[in-house]
Design a protein around this ligand. Structure first.
Ligand SMILES: Cc1ncc(COP(=O)(O)O)c(C=O)c1O
Length: 398
């Protein structure tokens, strides 16, 4: 009998989560059902009491969703995972389970716009206080911790500046202060193929599976990964009662399908991104390329230490002003002006007016996000074609 835990990443992304089914289907079927039959009233009672395994209702669990969850847990090196209706569903489900009125969260100062909004404007309405610090400096985190801190929260690489945070250093500062603090890492930009935060000392991983995990731009979904005890708590409380943001079986099927090629897609995203980053770095109209794979980028050394490859995401600052830059980007023909990331298509967006529009100009400045920053999610096209598209769009700028 093959021990799946000893198999490599590519084998696990394909084979973990495959269950026997009565028809012998190769892929886990879509169990498109809201509820499950019980043999008797007594059996229903035993399932609700947790005395007998089995399905009850899809807001609690579903065989197709379980298959995707098992894959993600294995790929992240966690005991268990939980599928959610979106990345924000994963983040809010995890945080609402970990926090209560009077608690504090200390978060890195650079975050996806809606996460920043949830922490700074949403949770404060319910008595949870968020503090922000620059986690690139572990001493800044140390100063922000108090006896009320229950969660330390970060992304790396960060959206949209690609700032790289040393996960092991942050986890060790937080746990040295108080071993009960939960370090939660949003691993969306890296994907489990490039980085596994639990192995670096984090307690919980959250994902927008809308991005690389699904990889095909046709699903909104998320995952929470952690210990079995924590995932059971989120399943039975944060997700079941607080947010209800449950993953649909159809989306779980698409995600399990997308996951089978995660490692291959990530290799190509990364090699394409390296080629495009080097080209943009030498372009006379570009002031700065923010990409963890470039030797002169601040996070280069930490990225090399904790990531397998530097990823498919980058941002650029142009020498031209915002309007001239927008006019040049509007000339792109192959690359698409759109938010989201991790898809086969190269996507280009302007964080200050799109994904990070929840930040005020002052908050953008405090978070190190330049107003003119342009974020690029490098797709799976031929790298020469991506470069040729930027070359024609930027021709008028030189
Ligand atoms: C880093 C990061 N985390 C979380 C999210 C939220 O994910 P979703 O849109 O699936 O809710 C996003 C969305 O862009 C993101 O970029």
């Amino acid at each position: 009998m093959i021990d799946m835990n000893k198999c490599g990443f590519a084998t696990r992304q394909i084979h973990v989560g495959k269950h026997q089914n009565s028809a012998g289907a190769l892929t886990t079927p879509i169990y498109q059902t809201s509820t499950f039959e019980f043999d008797s009233v007594e059996q229903g009672g035993r399932r609700f009491a947790g005395q007998e395994p089995g399905f009850i209702y899809t807001r609690l669990s579903n065989p197709t969703t379980n298959a995707a969850e098992e894959k993600v847990a294995s790929l992240e090196g966690g005991e268990a995972a939980l599928g959610t209706a979106s990345g924000m569903g994963a983040i809010s489900g995890a945080l609402w389970t970990l926090l209560k009125a009077g608690d504090e969260v200390v978060a890195d100062e650079t975050l996806y716009g809606c996460t920043f909004s949830l922490l700074s404007h949403g949770m404060s309405r319910y008595g949870v206080q968020a503090k922000f610090a620059d986690f690139a400096k572990p001493e800044a985190l140390k100063e922000a911790l108090t006896s009320k801190t229950k969660v330390v929260y970060l992304e790396t690489p960060c959206n949209p500046t690609l700032k790289v945070v040393d996960i092991a250093a942050v986890a060790s500062v937080a746990h040295a202060y108080n071993p009960d603090i939960k370090v939660v890492v949003d691993n969306t930009f890296a994907s489990p193929y490039l980085q596994q935060p639990l192995k670096l000392g984090a307690d919980v991983v959250v994902h927008s599976a809308t991005k690389y995990i699904n990889g095909h731009g046709d699903v909104i979904a998320g995952f929470i990964v952690g210990t079995s005890a924590f995932i059971d708590e989120v399943r039975g409380f944060g997700l079941k009662d607080m947010t209800g943001a449950v993953m649909s079986p159809f989306d779980a099927f698409l995600i399990a399908r997308g996951l089978k090629t995660l490692s291959i897609r990530m290799e190509r995203h990364c090699s394409n991104a390296m080629a495009v980053a080097r080209w943009l770095h030498d372009h006379p109209a570009v002031a700065k390329v923010w990409y963890p794979g470039l030797e002169d980028f601040e996070g280069y050394e930490i990225a090399k230490k904790q990531m397998l490859l530097p990823g498919g995401m980058m941002s650029i600052e142009m020498k031209a002003d915002r309007d001239t830059t927008a006019a040049a980007l509007n000339k792109l023909q192959l690359c698409t002006i759109a938010v989201s990331l991790g898809d086969a298509e190269t996507l280009v967006e302007h964080p200050a007016s799109m994904t990070h529009s929840t930040y005020t100009p002052e908050e953008l400045a405090a978070s190190g996000i330049p107003e003119g920053l342009v974020r690029i999610s490098i797709g799976l096209e031929d790298p020469e074609d991506i470069i040729a598209d930027f070359e024609q769009a930027f021709a008028s700028l030189v």
